[in-house]
Write a protein that binds this ligand. Structure first.
Ligand code: 5RP
Length: 288
């Protein structure tokens, strides 16, 4: 039986003090449900509104490419510096310590390797993302690719339906194919298509005119790093993207193919979260 004889009347109602009704810190995310916002707040730091995602999903299409031959040796030591990990489920289960306490953006489509053309990708079952406690799922969208566009947009749509039902945000990853342009017009269109189809985050590439890509995308954009560049250029890329309004980076090769990956991810993080200029960040990289 509940104890009915000692129920104390409340006397601290804060009458006259308005209840705070704060907006959510991420662009386009204010109307999402609590679970979505909670997961997004694990990925993006609410203090800065930004995220450094460490991408090491490359093996799912490229196999053991340089830097990801031994995830346990090359990537696991970097986990502490990342805000979020982006990888495929096989590597997550086999090599990422579940004790690392980092949010995971789970690579959630599969179907092709670099040995074939983009084709027939499917989305993994959302139940597996739930089991893996994913904070987001990532699905590739090949806008402008005649063979794969419709299928990959349908994949995104399906992922968004499943993600909404489970409170898991979806990141639309804009593909770059052989025949696809790599300018602000293309990335602006591809990013917008992802967002219009329900992506909660868009991952795309930095390009000249990037502020327009960001401006017309209603949800946060993070940039991929792309092929390995000299550290100075990679830090400039991150800096320019952040200054143009990106909400972070989802970087792989420019971190794990660096000669000093731990120094590189810390320098990138300082650019993203503290707004360090490229020269200062390079100095930090060298000092570390
Ligand atoms: C490919 C991806 C990769 O994770 C992405 O390209 C990030 O890695 P990198 O910085 O090496 O380009 O999503 O679809």
């Amino acid at each position: 039986m509940a104890d009915l004889d000692d129920i104390r009347d409340g006397n601290n109602y804060g009458v006259g003090v308005a209840q705070k009704n704060e907006g959510f810190f991420l662009k386009g995310s204010n109307h999402l449900d609590w679970g979505m916002k909670d997961r997004l707040s694990r990925i993006f730091n609410p203090a800065t509104g930004k995220a450094v995602m460490l991408a090491f999903d490359h093996g799912f299409i490229m196999g053991p490419t340089s830097g990801v031959e031994r995830i346990d040796l090359s990537i696991v030591p970097l986990i502490e510096y990342a805000d979020c990990l982006m990888c495929a489920r096989g590597v997550l289960r086999s090599l990422v310590p579940p004790t690392c306490r980092k949010p995971v953006c789970l690579r959630s489509d599969a179907g092709t390797s670099i040995l074939t053309e983009l084709n027939h990708n499917v989305v993994i079952d959302i139940q597996d993302a739930v089991k893996l406690n994913a904070s987001a799922i990532a699905v590739m969208v090949a806008i402008g690719d005649r063979g794969a566009e419709a299928e990959t947009v349908a994949n995104l749509y399906q992922a968004v339906d499943a993600g909404q039902a489970s409170g898991i945000p979806v990141m639309g990853v804009t593909a770059v194919g052989k025949d696809m342009a790599r300018d602000a017009r293309y990335f602006g269109l591809a990013s917008r298509v992802c967002a219009e189809n329900g992506a909660n985050i868009v991952k795309t590439y930095y390009t000249e005119g990037f502020e327009k890509v960001v401006a017309c995308c209603p949800v946060p954009i993070v940039i991929a790093g792309g092929k390995k560049l000299p550290e100075r250029e990679a830090l400039e890329l991150a800096y320019n993207a952040i200054q143009s309004g990106a909400a972070g980076v989802d970087m792989g090769r420019n971190v794990f193919q660096s000669e000093k990956p731990a120094a590189m991810i810390q320098a990138v993080s300082a650019v993203v979260h503290q707004g360090l200029k490229p020269a200062e960040a390079l100095q930090m990289f060298n000092d570390l």
